[in-house]
Structure formats: structure tokens, C-alpha cells
Design a binder for this molecule. Structure first.
Ligand code: NI
Ligand code: MN
Length: 226
């Protein structure tokens, strides 16, 4: 039942179990961390793509990736409408609070405190995403500020891993992300959304959640959940 979680830089991940490969927020082209690590969009395989919101640093390479691989895209209703206009046929729209079954597991969307648009077009609610496959659960918070219901979400979904943004300015910084990781209380937390651009925090100093193992992954690096 092993599941591999690989960090692709910024907020992007691959979550894999057997033949299923789920990409979360696949922003690779133009992502300095991914490019430096030699991670290329056209080399990625995907069964599904899960999007937290429509900002370019999360929607990223979704359109060409979905077209080439035929991956089903799990996203907000408004992103689904946008992707259909771009010729993407396989989409699973949702909104916060909902859970969507997949042949390989399920995706549940949570709230996130942020915005979601592309080129001035409104793209629905920003969200966090809980992805379950291979008997494991990961909670990707998306871009968000702190909210105390993270504790409830942790109790409900019992994630094995949480991806928490720590880069400040557009999301939580390290101090608030520390509180978030303690609320969620997943045994492992991976800091994300930092170091990519000059406007973001460049290190994890101050991200010190108690009772949680912090795994700072280099782009391309992964961890295996047994
Ligand atoms: Ni954003
Ligand atoms: Mn972002």
C-alpha cells in the first residue's frame, strides 16, 4: 500500500500509488524551482490533476498536460468551465465541503482564504484539496491564511501528510503556518510556497510546529508512505 509523494517545486506535487499518478497544482513551466531541478511538464505522466485555485502558479501547465495525458482535472466549477473552453474533456468540478469519488480513491475540497482568478477572470473559490489513494491521505492546503477549522479538517480527514504554505505575503508565513500544522496535526508536514520568487520567504526559519515532523523537500525529492 505504499504511496510516494514527490515535491515538484513551489506548490506542485505528484502523489503516486501503483499505476495511478495524481498531480497537484502542476506549475512547472516558468517555475524556477522545477526548472532548476530539470522537472519538465512534457515529461510528466498523470492519471488526474487536482487544482486548488486558478492562479497561474497553480493552474500552471494543466491545459497541455491534460490534453496530452487525458488526465481528469478536479477543480472548482469555474475552472472546470474555463478548461472546457480550452478543449479539456475530462473534468470533475467541485466546491468546498464536497467529496468526489475517483476510480483510484477520492478528492475532497476544503475552504481556503485566498483569491482565484486568471487574467482578470474569476475562477471560483480558492480551496484546499484532500487526496486519498492507496490507503493514504494527503491534505494540500492550497494558498491560504490561517483558520481554526484546520483542526476540524485534521480530525475529519486524518491526513498522513499535510502540505502547508509558509512563504508569507500571499499565504501564511512561518509563524501562522506553525499554528496551521499544529491544528492539522498530520504526522508529517511539508512546507510549500516559499523560496520560488523574491517576494516569498526564502527559508523555513520560524516554521517549528510541535509534535509534527517537518520534511523540507528539495524539488524532485520525495517521501514514501508505507
Ligand atoms: Ni494563489
Ligand atoms: Mn500561489
Amino acid at each position: 500500500m505504499s504511496v510516494k509523494v514527490t515535491y515538484l517545486g513551489h506548490s506542485a506535487f505528484a502523489v503516486e500509488h501503483e499505476q495511478t499518478r495524481v498531480l497537484i497544482d502542476p506549475f512547472l513551466t516558468g517555475n524556477p524551482l522545477a526548472e532548476k531541478a530539470g522537472i519538465k511538464a512534457d515529461a510528466q505522466q498523470a492519471t488526474a490533476i487536482v487544482l486548488t485555485h486558478g492562479h497561474g502558479d497553480h493552474l500552471g501547465d494543466t491545459v497541455p498536460l491534460a490534453k496530452r495525458t487525458g488526465a481528469t482535472v478536479f477543480c472548482s466549477w469555474e475552472i472546470h468551465e474555463y478548461l472546457r473552453e480550452q478543449g479539456i474533456e475530462h473534468t470533475e468540478p467541485g466546491n468546498p465541503g464536497g467529496r468526489i469519488a475517483a476510480p483510484w480513491g477520492w478528492v475532497a475540497f476544503t475552504q481556503a482564504f485566498h483569491s482565484s482568478s486568471l487574467g482578470g477572470r474569476y475562477l471560483g473559490q480558492p480551496m484546499g484539496a484532500v487526496v486519498h489513494l492507496g490507503g493514504k491521505t494527503v491534505y494540500h492546503c492550497g494558498d491560504t491564511g490561517l483558520f481554526s477549522d484546520m483542526k476540524l479538517l485534521g480530525e475529519i480527514y486524518k491526513p498522513d501528510v499535510a502540505m502547508v504554505p509558509i512563504g508569507d505575503r500571499f499565504t501564511m508565513g512561518p509563524e501562522l503556518a506553525t499554528r496551521a500544522a499544529e491544528f492539522i496535526a498530520a504526522p508529517i508536514v511539508i512546507p510549500v510556497h516559499y523560496k520560488t520568487f523574491g517576494l516569498l520567504r526564502q527559508d523555513t526559519a520560524g516554521f517549528v510546529p510541535r509534535g509534527v515532523t517537518v520534511r523540507e523537500l528539495a524539488p524532485g525529492e520525495g517521501l514514501t508512505l508505507e
